[in-house]
Design a protein around this ligand. Structure first.
Ligand SMILES: Nc1ncnc2c1ncn2[C@@H]1O[C@H](COP(=O)(O)OP(=O)(O)OP(=O)(O)O)[C@@H](O)[C@H]1O
Length: 250
């Protein structure tokens, strides 16, 4: 498969305001792609279109080359393998780390049946693998509400990973984190990319510089440029419109 996601000429018009004006974006399997741009550039809107929260006015979003996401409801898009972690964690504070992960398994089960059902070995293995990935193996029985801010964010990433996504959308994942937590999150994103592409919206340029390979810059609802961080920093249009200056480095 040559690409996991293809946004093809996507337009979004909010009552006459063109938030996206023909966005073309391709994400490859196992890629970590950073999406940057000034406030109002359309970053969140493109994530909203991908996960079905907002419907494109025109254009297509193809997933795994064949599935047109535009025709699907949000929960169907999740079932197809697209997970999204929003900025504010939506963990269950009263439940343990383990229970939060168990609840996230992609199955049509309600809370009671999940808590009281006998767990298969496969499920346990999956939870253990995710616990290790997110570095919470020593906090299995800790109440989620008692975790640190960074740990809560990782738990929520883990909850998304329990669904075995092919594409994970992250919205400013390091906001409010300490230096060490940021580092761990950067490493985690690359670890995750072994099994899943990651599209991450981020404002922290130091973090982007450190952990990016490919960066897409958006401005006024369009893709301004793409490339590695060095290419992006040297691009005059980026310096002009994104950074508001010319011939300087970001
Ligand atoms: N539901 C809506 N109705 C009208 N305008 C909207 C709506 N949602 C977003 N917009 C506008 O669309 C533009 C793009 O917004 P978006 O949130 O995608 O930008 P962004 O790049 O994520 O910005 P930020 O970095 O500040 O979060 C903005 O001008 C915003 O005000």
């Amino acid at each position: 498969m040559s690409q996991i996601l293809w946004c093809d000429n996507v337009m979004v018009d909010f009552d006459g305001f063109k938030a996206l004006q023909g966005v073309d974006l391709m994400i490859e399997p196992n890629e970590v792609r950073f999406l940057i741009g000034p406030n109002g550039a359309g970053k969140t809107t493109i994530l909203d279109v991908i996960c079905g929260k907002t419907k494109a006015t025109s254009g297509r979003v193809l997933f795994e080359e064949v599935v047109n996401l535009g025709s699907l409801q949000e929960h169907k898009i999740v079932q197809k393998g697209i997970a999204r972690k929003f900025q504010n964690p939506s963990i269950f504070s009263q439940l343990s780390v383990f229970e939060n992960l168990e609840l996230s398994i992609r199955q049509k089960r309600n809370l009671t049946s999940v808590l009281f059902a006998r767990m298969t070995g496969e499920t346990k293995n999956h939870i253990e693998k995710v616990l290790e990935q997110i570095g919470l193996q020593d906090f299995v029985y800790k109440q989620a509400g008692e975790l640190s801010h960074g740990q809560k964010q990782w738990l929520e990433i883990g909850m998304q990973l329990m669904q075995n996504p092919s594409l994970l959308l992250l919205d400013e994942p390091i906001a409010g984190m300490t230096g060490k937590e940021r580092e761990k999150t950067g490493e985690l994103m690359h670890e995750i990319s072994a099994s899943c592409s990651v599209l991450v919206v981020e404002h922290d340029m130091d973090f982007v510089r450190k952990y990016s390979k490919q960066v897409t810059v958006m401005h006024e609802g369009k893709i301004l440029c793409e490339g590695n961080m060095t290419d992006v920093q040297e691009n005059e249009h980026v310096q002009e419109v994104y950074l508001g200056r010319r011939k300087q480095t970001c």
